[in-house]
Design a protein around this ligand. Structure first.
Ligand code: SF4
Length: 294
């Protein structure tokens, strides 16, 4: 929620902890873009919950101020979704890597898109498991030589946006870690969307992914905002423009469907109830149920 009577500053999200990412890691650009988006939207740290999965990106969880959660590998989405249901006043943003999200936790991503939980999810896609020293992930290109597959993977990589758009999402966007302003602009739109907003960010990993560094993306990305007449409410057009991942790579808000109802809007048993679930359970006596486990 944006704060009406305050002016959020960049320093409000300051943390004294020192970054541990490698030099030139794309996580720096994404982290800066997230902070800038929150400041631009005048969202105070007390009004947002930032949820981090396990992975290199997750090591940013204590490098930013405010409420944060750092969870199990691949399981950040159910936690974030639960938090957003428990307290509708708090904006929830979750972060995951390509390994945890599309490997261990892919079922949670499917569920989040289908249920249209009111959270923003940011996928740090660096095409590998960086934290565990460079293994192939579901998005690693076939010919990329990784520590777990020195001759290449010989498996066709998962095309993230093709998969995502097949689930009929309410918001699907892309950005690139080498352009902080674009990350900032895209995340701002994602946060403002009601429902599950998915942002795939192509992230450079100079340590383990030598094939697609900053420069590789810089030469290939273009913003759909620059296309005359691009209609981002047309899912067929979004699917077509998202397809190319080698030569001309589309970034920006590729698709949105603002009329799709988010999860809590279709919970008929909550109609007319003003209190938050988090307040209601506080006074709920569960001792009787716990007896069953004694
Ligand atoms: Fe960044 Fe890659 Fe280093 Fe992880 S291993 S911190 S993703 S450059």
């Amino acid at each position: 929620m944006a704060c009406d009577n305050c002016e959020t500053k960049f320093s409000d999200y300051y943390s004294e902890n020192i970054y541990t990412w490698c030099t030139n890691c794309g996580n720096y650009g994404i982290h800066a873009g997230v902070k800038r988006a929150l400041v631009d939207l005048n969202i105070e740290p007390r009004d947002v919950l930032l949820c981090f999965d396990i992975g290199c990106h997750g090591n940013g969880s204590d490098k930013i101020g405010g409420y944060r959660f750092h969870g199990l590998h691949g399981r950040v989405i159910p936690f974030a979704a639960g938090a957003s249901i428990a307290n509708l006043k708090v904006k929830v943003i979750a972060f995951g890597g390509d390994g945890g999200t599309l490997g261990e936790g892919i079922n949670h991503l499917i569920s989040a898109v289908r249920n249209n939980y009111n959270i923003t999810f940011i996928l740090h896609n660096n095409l590998n498991y960086g934290l565990t020293l460079g293994q192939a992930s579901p998005t690693t290109k076939e010919d990329m030589r990784m520590n777990s597959s020195p001759d290449g993977t010989n498996i066709e990589p998962l095309h993230v946006m093709r998969f995502l758009l097949s689930l009929n999402p309410s918001f699907a966007a892309r950005s690139f870690s080498g352009d902080v302003k674009h990350v900032q602009k895209t995340i701002k739109q994602a946060i403002q969307h009601k429902g599950f907003s998915f942002v795939e960010i192509f992230q450079s990993c100079p340590t383990y992914n030598k094939q697609t560094p900053h420069e590789w993306y810089q030469e290939r990305v273009f913003d759909v905002d620059e296309l005359v007449g691009y209609d981002n409410t047309d899912i067929k057009k979004a699917s077509e423009i998202a397809e190319d991942l080698e030569n001309k790579i589309a970034i920006g808000v590729l698709y949105k469907n603002p009329s799709k109802k988010e999860f809590m809007e279709i919970q008929e048993n909550r109609v007319g109830i003003e209190t938050e679930l988090v307040d209601e359970v506080r006074n709920y006596d569960v001792s009787e149920f716990l007896e069953a486990f004694k």
